[in-house]
Design a binder for this molecule. Structure first.
Ligand code: FES
Length: 348
């Protein structure tokens, strides 16, 4: 697992509750637009991992910037809002994430963001505008202009790329209800011209229900689910008891105590997973170096291959049905269903 040292170069409070933290780019660190950086924060003597979407573009910007929204009682966000200063060094992992542009980039792109969901989308938009000839539509929902992350920069981009970049702003404090919240009808109206466009992709990031509304509306209109990409980053801030709170499936099978045989490159480990644990929880308790970031089935850092046995994932926002059928699993949400599991890790 490669670790990098990120030196804080600037901290800018951009809305009442959100700040941008820019780091000097460490030697050898690279990323695709839309990916996230996992910071390893030492808080009260304990390592806390948190993934933060990167808002810069590797090939345009010399710094690596993340945006951090303050969450009441969130230990990581409180730390990043109250304890750090320019010049401090934070540890982080290699960039990761699948919320990236396809190659070639489609000629028409639609981005739909709410609040801090703009963080990865801002990077994707700048990448498309600066490095392709594609057209971009952004739908962006916020409480007010003052609460809008990157409002000034996006307005500037719109005037620089006025032929190819359109923004539909939604502010919930707007007295005109049609411009206050993104409704299904309003979304249909905006996306209608692109229904039969073959080269099209939609990227959405925001609260879960917001993205569900976007996905269901678009699929119902005839857009292919394969052209819609979602990024979920509503992280629970209390990592220690997150697993139970996420189980909401009424048909949960019976979990089993299991022995896991794990291969990472040429090393083999064997460890026990109790029925109430996830594979990742058990591995970390035994200091086995499995990769992870969100611990919540949302980021894909912990994907491994299951070659023997079966697991139940209590949450999965990232793997497709096809990937699951081919044996890919998320260790952070996987519970054993058989007494023996064989797992191997691709270490690039
Ligand atoms: S650690 Fe993020 S999906 Fe498992």
């Amino acid at each position: 697992m490669i670790k990098y040292s990120f030196v804080i170069n600037s901290i800018t409070d951009i809305t009442g509750d959100t700040r941008c933290i820019s780091f000097l780019k460490p030697e050898g660190f690279s990323y695709a637009s839309g990916q996230y950086l996992t910071l390893l924060l030492m808080i009260n003597g304990k390592e806390v991992r948190r993934p933060y979407s990167i808002s810069t573009v590797d090939t345009l910007d010399s710094e690596v910037m993340i945006t951090v929204k303050r969450i009441e009682n969130g230990e990581a966000t409180r730390y990043l809002h109250e304890q750090i200063k320019v010049g401090d060094r934070l540890e982080g992992l290699a960039a990761n994430g699948r919320f990236i542009l396809s190659n070639p980039i489609p000629t028409q792109l639609l981005f739909i963001a709410a609040g801090s969901g703009i963080s990865p989308i801002y990077a994707l938009i700048r990448d498309v505008l600066y490095f392709s000839r594609s057209s971009v539509v952004l739908i962006y929902s916020n409480r007010s202009i003052d609460d809008t992350i990157f409002y000034a920069s996006l307005t500037q981009l719109q005037s620089t790329f006025s032929q190819r970049f359109t923004i539909h702003w939604f502010f919930s404090n707007n007295k005109n209800l049609l411009q206050a919240r993104l409704s299904r009808l309003r979304l249909e109206e905006i996306v209608e011209p692109y229904i039969h466009q073959s080269e099209f992709a939609c990227y959405t990031c925001g609260p879960y229900l917001y993205m569900e509304m976007v996905t269901i509306t678009m699929v119902t209109l005839g857009f292919s689910p394969n052209s819609i990409f979602k990024e979920t980053f509503t992280l629970p801030e209390d990592e220690d008891d997150e697993d139970g709170s996420l189980i909401n499936d009424e048909n949960i099978p019976e979990f089993k105590d299991a022995t896991v045989v794990l291969s990472i490159n040429k090393n083999e480990y064997q460890f026990q997973v109790a029925a109430h644990q996830t594979v990742l929880q058990a591995a970390l308790l035994q200091k086995i170096p499995l990769n992870y970031s969100c611990k919540n089935g949302m980021c894909s850092s912990c994907v491994v291959n299951l070659s023997q046995g079966e697991v139940y994932m209590h949450y999965n926002e990232v793997l497709t049905d096809k990937e699951v059928a081919s044996g890919r699993i998320l260790t952070c949400t996987a519970h054993p269903l058989n007494p023996v599991l064989h797992i191997n890790v691709d270490e690039g």
